[in-house]
Structure formats: C-alpha cells, structure tokens
Design a protein around this ligand. Sequence first.
Ligand code: ARG
Length: 458
Amino acid sequence: KKGEAWSARFSEPVSDLVKRYTASVFFDKRLAEVDIQGSLAHAEMLAHQQIISADDYAAIQKGMSQIQGEIAAGQFEWLLDLEDVHLNIEKRLTELVGDAGKRLHTGRSRNDQVATDIRLYMRGAIDDIDGLLRELRLALLDLAEQHADTILPGFTHMQVAQPITFGHHVLAYVEMFGRDAERMQDCRKRVNRLPLGAAALAGTTFPIDRQRVAATLGFDDVCRNSLDAVSDRDFAIEFCAAAALVMTHISRMSEELVIWMSPRVGFIDIADRFCTGSSIMPQKKNPDVPELARGKTGRVNGHLVALLTLMKGQPLAYNKDNQEDKEPLFDTVDTLTDTLRIFADMARGISVKPEAMRAAALQGYATATDLADYLVKKGLPFRDAHEAVAHAVRSCVDQACDLSDLTLDQLRAFSPLIEADIFAVLTLEGSVAARDHIGGTAPNQVRLAIQYLREKLS
Ligand code: ARG
C-alpha cells in the first residue's frame, strides 16, 4: 500500500532504504492518542464553522473511536509505507469512514499537526513529572523528619567541615527538586499553546476558529505566528534543559548515596531491592540504582545537546530535521519518569546508621569554627580567634586527640578568654543547635523547614 497523501506528484517510488530512513512511525506512534485528540478537536471546529458537515464530523468521531480501540487492543496495523503516525491514522480513518476521513485534513498540515501533538504529549509528561517530583520530595521530607537530630559531618572539599544534621542535608535535595518542579511548571506555560491553524506555514484560507480548538484541547492560548508555530521546538529544548537539571540533582544525590553506602563510610544502607550482587564475589551488595541514575544523567544531558544542535541553523519554517526531535525527547521523558519513580521509592528504603555518622563527625575537628565563634563572642576579633583555634587544632593533630579532649588549662593556653562553658560549645549537639536561624542546620530549624515545605506541597 502506497501512502496516498502525496504520491501522485512523483514519477518513481522511493527505495526501501529511503522509506525506512524517512519514516518515523516506529517511534512517533507513541503520539497516537494525542494525535487523535487533536484531530477530533480540529474536526469539531471544522463542523462548527460549517467547513465540513455535521455528518462528516460524526463519521470522524465514530471512526476515531474504532481506531482508538484497535490501538488499545494492539490490533492496529502500523505501516512503514505510510511514514508516520499521522498518515497511518488518517489512512485507516478513510478506510473506515470514506470521504469524511479525507476531509479531516482540511485547513491543516502535518506541520501544525505534529507540533500540536508534541505539545499535548509534553504537557501530559510534565504533569506526570511534576507529580513524581512531589512524591520524591514527600519521601525525602519523611526521611528528614526521622533524622532531624541525627548528626553527621558536613563536608567541603570532601574534608570534614562542620557538624550538620542529616535532616538538614536531606532538605538540601528537597530544595533542589522544588526548584526543578518550578522549572517544569514554567516550561509548561510555553508548551501549552496551540500551533493548529498555522497549517503548513502561512495559515489557511478556511474560516477556522483557532481559539475554539485551543479551548477544546485545554491550551492557554494559540501560537501567534504561523511560521514560528510550525518550526520552533524551543519548548522541547527547554524541557530537556529542565530535565537535565533534575538528573543533575539526582546524580549528585546518587554520588552521595554511593559514598555513604561504601563500607569505608557506612553512613547508610539501601534496601536490597535497589541493589544487586556480583556474579563472582559472594559478599557484594552494590548500589546499582544510584550508579545507573548517575550514568543516565549523561544520556539526558546528551539529549539536550542533540535538540539544541538540531534546532541550530534551521531556516524558517518547518524542516524535516524536526522529525529528529522525538527520540531524544521521548527518551528524556522515559528516563526521567522511571528515575523519579524509583528514587521516590528508594528514599523510603534508606536506613541511616547514626552511630557511624556520629563517629565520623567526631573526627576532623568539626567544632573548630564553634570555638572561634566562642572567642569572638568573648570580644576577640574573628581573624585573631581563627588564628588561636588554628594553633589549638595543630596541637591536637600532634597529640592525636580532639578539641574536646583538651583540659580547660590546655585550652586556655591558646586563649585566656576560654572558660568552663566552652565544653558545651565543643559538643556536636551544641554546635548544630547553635545554628538556629532560617536555613541553618539546628534540629529546631529542620523541623520548621519541614513544616513549611509540607504546607507548600499540600
Ligand atoms: N513526521 C513528521 C515530523 O515528525 C511530521 C511532519 C511532516 N511534515 C512534512 N511536511 N513532511 O516532523
């Protein structure tokens, strides 16, 4: 069967290789549902504007519902000869309902049709991703709440810096995923505009009502320039950029999970269902899921670059280059969706080992800044306090002990301002509790932040 949509113009058929090269049906059939949705809205408008008859519209509706059934049942025959999802569905519709099917494409081109389909598809994907980002944040909030008081070392340069609470650490990711959700929502605004009516590139001679189609399909507005409507895919690029940032955050978190689960660190364990063993080493339990997520970040970043490169240098208006937008976009959606779903579940499968965290926080002079701050509060300028504490740390390094192991007399050798109340300051609990302001690591603030975030999410 030859695709009849354009073949009469041609004196020779395309080769099988060219057919396969130019066809997109094997990946764009994923758009079938939104393609039918768009066609029905277009047909309804055509009938309302009396461009086609009410009978034609009824026939189109009937045919489309049969096609939806065939697709759902896996009985629809997708033909490479018919190039893409759009021509496959239109051809089948015409088989089923005759001339009404041939009238569907009045005032429309595949160019505005495909742009509409992608936008409808992406809107759904963004809404799914938004829901998953929410699930993930809720799971992380629960984890943070369980560990509002659990202390571990905070790191800079991977060196022990200051004690922090694990709840606070987890909330850092909640912030990141919160911004990711905002970016997705913002992207959705620009996705949710209707290209239909742009036709091939210049608009159409038929008395169409674009606002009507936009309202039927739930678009916020119509695209305001027909050339732009059919040709730009900036909204897809924007989505991939937002997706790449989500994966970047996932990847940072993955890296930490992998480090924390290493026996050398031993801060956490991850539920067995997210790990695998080794075919040779019987003792192994590997954090495969975080590792793979870290790896898949590269793949999503690659899709962003692919789409940017695809768009670059394309003259107005539609060019077939744009058919190449789909596979990167679909794979981005699939990767992101699966990753977020797994992470929301995995966050609930993290078990924390507070003793190991605490032991680590007691190494590395994590409370040195607290000692310096103490001296400042006693009147010493900060730079002098910094220097005095540096001497104290140096002496502890030499004696292989912690600051809190020094006696009061030993401490006073570094500054006579030090008094007996210093020992409360040098404890891990005292250190974290003292950072008691918005954004600080104090357990008190972690609880307030959780409450604030829960309200925002509900
Ligand atoms: N399969 C095409 C795409 O994905 C549909 C639009 C084709 N339009 C055209 N005039 N060849 O972009």
